[in-house]
Design a protein around this ligand. Structure first.
Ligand SMILES: Nc1ncnc2c1ncn2[C@@H]1O[C@H](COP(=O)(O)OP(=O)(O)OP(=O)(O)O)[C@@H](O)[C@H]1O
Ligand SMILES: [Mg+2]
Length: 435
């Protein structure tokens, strides 16, 4: 279906849809569209086509998609000012950070800045470091990641991560230190490539003391020259005052922004899993070849000495499939549906002075994992299908087939259709923060 939109207006398209500019001149987040280039708008996303010269679009709308016109450009003038300010900075590399609430326009602003900087100077080297675990644009969900952007894009999601750091959860509140560490490591790596600009995006958790402390710590560690704060309402005010020792620049949130429901956010995340699990196959890997990083599956692949193992088995009154011991925990894995006497656990805890953590075989099924090579380069993600304790092998659904040296096991579970499995009721409370 063709649609013509006049100069000066913005054509807003809500996905799932695809739009091709047939004639005229239009921009998406600072990127001047190529004629006949197809732009895909994902379900749950809205894309503003700012019409510079009368334009005809060929649009194809999917289920529940829609398209409407708005007066003027929906790109706030404060975004243009922000870009101009950036472009004048001479000392490279320039690192900027983008903070704002959920659905405030953080990703779009990062895309706009990158596109504008690139359209001015094609040789500019721009890295985007994505610190949003729940609504990641670059790496798979549950990771922080970076990439270089060499030509303008309509959606950062179309880029592949150059490296990523797996956190394993969708919400930073459960992994503050890990997110900060991951971003610090990746920023160091990015700087090694001598970029001109590093644009650091963040998650939308900005309300409450914990969120503020986390964001301050993150800003301190990343140490950007400018912190752009997207102002949507008064929610950002405490963050602005908390960051008074940094150079902050406030930019507006576009009034035409699209808010998303929790379900839409989850299905957008699922597109992220799908993107990184394309062509996945079940691979079976001997556990002894791998280094395993996990809280629940501690010690996997490592054997306790026989004497100690016997002692613990006697205390427990059974032989688990796997026993691991840390300074304060004894982690055991037992067969599916097997019962373990609580009194025995009690006794074991008292005798050893350690907490006994019981995991049942089968609980690993569906856990999201990350695979790294020997140099700890991120190779991709996978879904744990099974840990076979007898054969000492791990079955992982993943497109990665070579050089796997480390498997990090996360806390998110995916079903066979790569849909997130909702945590049990008692955990819902803890995960109520929007991700
Ligand atoms: N100027 C604009 N006009 C219309 N829609 C816009 C505009 N800017 C952004 N949007 C759309 O609004 C939605 C939210 O924006 P965006 O994804 O950039 O926000 P965000 O803060 O990164 O959200 P999240 O917290 O989910 O990461 C997106 O679908 C985006 O394409
Ligand atoms: Mg975003």
């Amino acid at each position: 279906m063709n649609r013509t939109v006049e100069t000066g207006k913005t054509f807003l398209v809500d996905g799932p849809a695809s739009v091709t500019l047939v004639s005229g001149k239009a921009e998406v987040f600072g990127y001047t569209l190529k004629e006949m280039g197809k732009v895909v708008i994902r379900d749950g996303k809205r894309m503003p086509f700012v019409v510079i010269e009368n334009s005809t679009f060929d649009i194809s709308l999917g289920e529940n998609a829609s398209a409407e016109e708005a007066e003027g450009s929906t790109i706030p003038s404060s975004w243009e000012k922000a870009h101009k300010e950036l472009a004048t900075l001479q000392t490279k590399p320039v690192t900027v950070m983008v903070l704002g609430a959920v659905d405030s326009g953080k990703t779009s602003f990062c895309t706009y800045l990158a596109n504008k900087l690139l359209s001015e100077e094609k040789t500019t080297k721009i890295a985007v470091l994505d610190g949003d675990l729940g609504q990641s644009d670059i790496g798979p969900p549950c990771t922080v990641a970076y990439t270089f952007i060499s030509k303008p894009v309509t959606d950062l999601f179309n880029l592949e991560a150059k490296n990523a750091f797996f956190v394993g959860v969708t919400s930073p509140s459960k992994a503050i230190e890990k997110v900060i560490k991951g971003l610090e490591l990746l920023k160091e790596e990015v700087l090694g490539f001598n970029p001109d600009f590093v644009i650091v995006n963040t998650d939308g958790w900005i309300e409450g003391e914990d969120a503020l402390n986390y964001k301050i710590k993150l800003v301190e560690k990343i140490n950007p020259q400018i912190v752009f704060c997207i102002q949507q309402d008064e929610k950002i005010t405490p963050l602005l005052s908390a960051l008074k020792n940094f150079k902050t620049v406030t930019v507006d949130s576009p009034p035409t922004i699209k808010q998303r429901s929790r379900e839409k956010r989850r299905s957008l995340r699922e597109l992220g899993y799908i993107k990184y699990l394309k062509n996945a196959k079940v691979q079976s890997m001997p556990i002894s070849w791998l280094k395993i990083e996990s809280e629940e599956f501690t010690g996997l692949g490592r054997n306790l000495n026989i004497k100690r193992e016997r002692e613990i088995c006697e205390l427990l009154g059974m032989k688990p499939l796997q026993i691991a011991e840390t300074s304060d925990k004894i982690c055991i894995i037992i067969g599916k549906g097997r019962w373990i006497d609580p009194e025995r656990i009690d006794r074991t805890e008292k005798t050893t002075g350690k907490k006994v953590v019981v995991t049942w075989k089968g609980e690993e099924e569906g856990l999201l994992t990350a695979l790294y090579n020997g140099e700890r380069k991120f190779l991709g993600i996978g879904v744990l299908r099974e840990i076979d304790y007898r054969r000492k092998a791990m079955k992982i659904l993943t497109p990665v087939s070579n050089n796997i040296s480390t498997v990090a096991i996360g806390k998110v579970k995916l079903d066979k259709n790569l849909r997130e499995i909702t945590p049990p009721i008692e955990n819902v409370e803890k995960t109520s923060q929007t991700v």
